[in-house]
Design a protein around this ligand. Structure first.
Ligand SMILES: [Zn+2]
Length: 271
């Protein structure tokens, strides 16, 4: 867990409600722990965050099937006030995909110009239910994947993935790419994560978000290509990638998973 002192104001946590809630509490602790750097987990602040009795931690739950605009308005009003005793106020929005369109648009305005002492954590299993503009203003933390080890992806493999994203391959080309990708030593989920990061970068550029670009090495190319994509298509692509990352875990066959992924991206007219 990284120190959160000067980092982002909004995160999307993808994964099960249980897993993402756990991570959200860790982030809330990291942002407010009396210890420097990592959350200690034992101090009064950490303990009360876990118990749900810290005055700067707020949980927002859906009322039935939706989170309505009134609820988000209250969140925003509260977020504009300084923290009571911690450094940051933390708003954990559970099942964030249930926010109505109006609620999301209201939140969006705050994400564009966030109060300095507040952090918004949007928990969801499916980012497809969030507006592209909202997604583009958040850092994405994916807890649905298996392995968190970071193996660097070789440059030529990155190039292949960029080619797939930008060249709109036909079926014969897809076969070619699948063979190429299954021949690499990097796990498919790591490569798919990279692709999702590229789509997110495109979304950031597309929606003129002030969030940071992850793959800065490709910045020029990303800027050139962003016009080709619609925000909806980009969110659909990110969603497809995360669901295929799930599939990598349950099925072992990388060949099939890649083929399905590329076919689905083609059907969605993303590649
Ligand atoms: Zn602590």
């Amino acid at each position: 867990m990284t120190c959160m002192r000067n980092v982002f104001h909004a995160y999307i946590l993808i994964g099960s409600e249980e897993e993402t809630t756990e991570k959200a509490l860790e982030l809330a602790q990291a942002a407010n722990c009396n210890d420097d750097g990592l959350p200690c987990g034992f101090c009064d602040c950490c303990r009360r965050i876990r118990e749900g009795s810290h005055p700067d931690l707020f949980h927002v739950f859906p009322d039935g099937s939706s989170i309505k605009i009134e609820k988000i308005r209250n969140v925003i009003l509260s977020a504009s006030q300084p923290p009571i005793e911690g450094r940051r106020k933390i708003y954990v929005i559970h099942e964030a995909g249930k926010m109505t369109q109006d609620a999301q648009n209201t939140l969006l305005k705050t994400l564009e110009d966030p109060p300095t002492a507040s952090i918004f954590l949007l928990l969801t299993q499916n980012i497809k239910n969030l507006l592209p503009t909202v997604v583009s203003r958040c850092q994405i933390l994916d807890y649905s994947k298996l392995d968190e080890s970071e193996i660097p992806i070789p440059g030529d493999v990155k190039e292949t993935l960029m080619d797939i994203i930008f060249s709109r391959p036909d079926l014969s080309k897809i076969h070619f790419y699948v063979q190429k990708l299954t021949g690499t030593e990097i796990d498919p989920d790591v490569l798919m994560e990279f692709m999702a990061g590229v789509y997110r970068d495109l979304l950031v550029i597309k929606t003129k978000s002030r969030a940071s670009i992850k793959n800065r090495e490709f910045l020029n190319r990303l800027k050139e290509q962003a016009a080709k994509f619609s925000p909806r298509a980009l969110v659909a692509a990110i969603d497809t990638l995360y669901s295929q990352i799930e599939a990598v875990k349950s099925r072992g066959n990388a060949n099939l998973v890649w083929f399905n992924l590329l076919l689905r991206l083609q059907e969605q007219e993303v590649i």
